[in-house]
Design a protein around this ligand. Structure first.
Ligand SMILES: Cc1cc2nc3c(=O)[nH]c(=O)nc-3n(C[C@H](O)[C@H](O)[C@H](O)COP(=O)(O)OP(=O)(O)OC[C@H]3O[C@@H](n4cnc5c(N)ncnc54)[C@H](O)[C@@H]3O)c2cc1C
Length: 379
């Protein structure tokens, strides 16, 4: 399937004109971030992984990845918020629950209904953080703690993942607000967490006690190893955010060029060339997902490393001003932090750390020669 160039042109125009100039406020203000999300909705860009009124199929993989990278270049907070909804929309599009599909799908692309997800606890070792008990009437009773749900105040509901007694995973819809059911079942949300990066995404924890999800609100039931297999097969999905973030760092570095700083252009050229090589390798790997010879973990770690280095380059070239809360360089640096850990698995953690040793080890300062020592002496 060919890339949807028209869609990407439309999204780029919106991001360039409306999102980029407001990135600082989108990073801090949940209402402004919500408005930007609605802007994507007005362009019908919020359910790219499923059929919509205007589109009978998902967009192709290349278009979706390019879109994710585009959004991350202009606003990390918007990129992260919208991708939660895109994931929920994709799950609903693939659900066998016909009633849910009819009720939700017509409204997801335009953002008339907005949904979050709470899955990441499935990666944690030990006893399941959230469990589901089947009831006689076909409903399920949910209890436990969901450690991360983004989008409080923006998403009306979220898809919770809970582990069944036979270890399969149940996905069902719950309200993204504190509530008590008539029989006493309860969901209690924390206050939005005071986060260093993307605080405007209003990320909360949820404590759930005996909450009943009726059968009609069950999205799907998946095998016990679903999440693990998904993390392995989709290991590159989060890389597109890191690529966008790296490009954002280079945008700031490029804007900081001046005749009195002649060392910036060659450094910009070198980082841009490395980013292009990394990007090409990642897009190629994403399109040939069954090729076992490609080390996808290493590619993801490279993209993360590049995001951090390009953000650091932006900070350095922006001098003291980089420290101002509204300066793009430090926002991008904080976003690089967040994109380093989103969707992290033990294997991704290991690859990310090993990449740091690799890239820094080769660049340790060498001993200066006698001639060089002489040159550097202060008068
Ligand atoms: C701001 C923010 C918002 C988020 N929003 C959402 C959201 O809306 N929905 C959502 O589903 N997720 C969300 N997440 C979760 C996110 O995608 C990642 O899953 C998360 O950042 C990983 O951090 P964690 O602390 O949960 O790590 P964990 O998942 O606890 O750990 C990361 C990996 O390390 C492994 N690990 C941990 N301890 C050990 C150990 N001792 N030995 C070996 N391996 C170990 C885990 O098994 C896991 O694979 C959010 C995260 C952040 C930071």
């Amino acid at each position: 399937m060919a890339i949807d160039a028209e869609l990407l042109k439309q999204s780029e125009r919106y991001l360039l004109e409306f999102v980029g100039p407001r990135a600082a406020i989108l990073d801090q203000n949940p209402q402004a971030l919500r408005d930007a999300l609605h802007g994507l909705g007005e362009l019908n860009l919020l359910a790219l992984r499923g059929p919509t009124e205007s589109r009978r199929k998902s967009v192709d993989e290349l278009t979706f990845c390019t879109f994710q990278e585009q959004v991350a270049r202009y606003s990390g907070a918007l990129a992260f918020l919208q991708t939660q909804h895109q994931s929920a929309a994709s799950m609903l599009a693939n659900s066998s629950n016909q009633r849910l599909r009819e009720v939700y799908l017509p409204y997801l692309s335009a953002g008339k209904i907005l949904l979050g997800i709470g899955f990441s606890q499935l990666r944690r070792p030990g006893d399941p953080a959230v469990i589901a008990m089947p009831m006689d009437d076909g409903s399920y009773q949910i209890s436990g703690e969901v450690p991360w749900i983004t989008g409080y105040g923006c998403f009306e509901e979220f898809i919770v993942a809970a582990v069944l007694p036979d270890k399969r995973i149940l996905f069902g819809l719950m309200p993204l607000e504190s509530a008590i059911q008539t029989h006493g079942g309860e969901i209690k949300l924390s206050h939005p967490m005071p986060l260093a990066a993307m605080a405007s995404t209003n990320t909360v924890k949820a404590r759930i006690v005996d909450w009943i999800i009726p059968e009609t609100y069950i999205v799907s039931i998946k095998p016990a190893d679903w999440h693990q297999k998904r993390d392995q097969s989709k290991v590159l999905n989060h890389s597109f955010f890191a690529l966008g973030c790296a490009q954002a760092g280079l945008d700031v570095l490029g804007a900081g060029q001046s005749d009195s700083l002649p060392f910036i252009p060659p450094i910009l050229k070198s980082l841009a060339a490395e980013l292009e090589t990394c990007r090409t390798a990642i897009y190629k790997a994403q399109q040939t997902s069954d090729n076992p010879e490609i080390d996808r973990l290493q590619l993801r770690a490279w993209a993360i490393d590049l995001a951090v280095r390009c953000a650091h380059a932006a900070v350095t070239a922006s001098r003291g001003a980089a420290n101002h809360l509204n300066h793009p360089a430090q926002r991008i640096y904080r976003e690089a932090l967040a994109f380093s850990v989103f969707g992290q698995t033990t294997a991704v953690m290991e690859a990310t750390l090993k990449q740091l040793v690799k890239s820094n080890g080769a660049q340790r300062p060498q001993k200066k020669s006698k001639a060089e020592k002489g040159k550097g002496k202060s008068p």
